[in-house]
Design a protein around this ligand. Sequence first.
Ligand code: ZN
Length: 115
Amino acid sequence: MADEPLEPWQQLCELATREQDPDRLMELIRAITRLLDEKGACRNCESDNCQIFNGENAIHFPGLDGLHESIVWVFPKLLVCLNCGFTEFTVPARELSVLIDGKPVAGAIVLDRCA
Ligand SMILES: [Zn+2]
């Protein structure tokens, strides 16, 4: 096992452990993430045992103040790692604008608690 050549993402990980420049470290992390994405591997455990599911998520603003803010529903595809449970999804642009501005927009499913 020690004789197996390192994959490119593993080589970048080794470089990242020694990198002192924060900007160069971020470049390495982005490159590692891109390589793992292309490989279809889990970003948490590198397993390729991942599967896409349909999701239904209600996104709440954090903290006690969040109880008085809007709740935003999204129905994304979820990429679930069946090895460690790490899950990824993308918030659609319309719903993302609600999270950024805190204001409901046409077409987004939002429970507006500010009204
Ligand atoms: Zn995983």
